[in-house]
Design a protein around this ligand. Structure first.
Ligand SMILES: [Zn+2]
Length: 201
């Protein structure tokens, strides 16, 4: 079973959503290097063989460095998403960090036949901790350059900190999830209306 939420329709936003508010408390879902590997594995950014190899063979110092870098980068991505969701320009340091990660990429791309179609497939060489963050930097870059930035939204529940990329046809998505925040906010506004009209006494 998957450990991480997939509600954002964007890899980098799903990654930001690994630190969430639950019942008013902030909950960290990337607590250690294993959690980071698990997130990348569930996102198909690394294979089970690579995850197993890094978990077993990378020294603790490298694992800790990867975790620290990943959490710092997540803070920067969160600032990026906050700015985009408010239609504000980006903080320059986020762009710098994205570009630094992109500049370090190692590996190659190949063309693979998939049925009657052809697919580009990336082969990444993961030699140092920062290499693990490359897919997240690429996702942020494609959101900025190829996506519609106005569709980066924060959940309409003021007590919720989840972001998503609104892929609905009319771009009317307001909630991280209808089942949780959507219903809660609807019930709240219903109760408020009832109070205002005095029918709820
Ligand atoms: Zn929400």
């Amino acid at each position: 079973m998957a450990n991480f939420m997939r509600i954002a329709d964007s890899l980098c936003l799903d990654y930001i959503n690994t630190r969430i508010f639950e019942r008013g408390l902030e909950v960290e879902h990337v607590q250690n290097f294993g959690d980071l590997l698990q997130f990348l594995l569930e996102s198909s950014m690394i294979t089970p063989a690579v995850a197993g190899d890094l978990g077993r063979n990378w020294p603790n110092t490298e694992q800790n460095r990867a975790l620290r870098s990943a959490l710092t980068f997540r803070d920067q991505l969160r600032e990026m998403a906050e700015s985009l969701s408010r239609n504000q320009p980006l903080d320059g340091t986020t762009l710098l960090e994205i570009n630094e990660l992109l500049a370090q990429q190692r590996g190659y791309t190949s063309v693979t036949k998939n049925g009657t179609a052809y697919e580009l497939r990336k082969h990444r060489n993961i030699e140092q901790p920062e290499d693990l963050l490359l897919p997240l930097a690429e996702s942020a870059a494609s959101l900025l350059c190829e996506g519609d930035r106005t569709l980066v939204k924060k959940c309409g529940n003021p007590n919720c900190n989840l972001f998503f990329y609104d892929t609905t046809r009319n771009h009317t998505r307001r909630w991280c999830s209808m089942e949780t925040c959507g219903n809660r906010m609807k019930v709240n506004s219903y109760l408020q209306r009832k109070r205002q009209t005095g029918n709820g006494l």
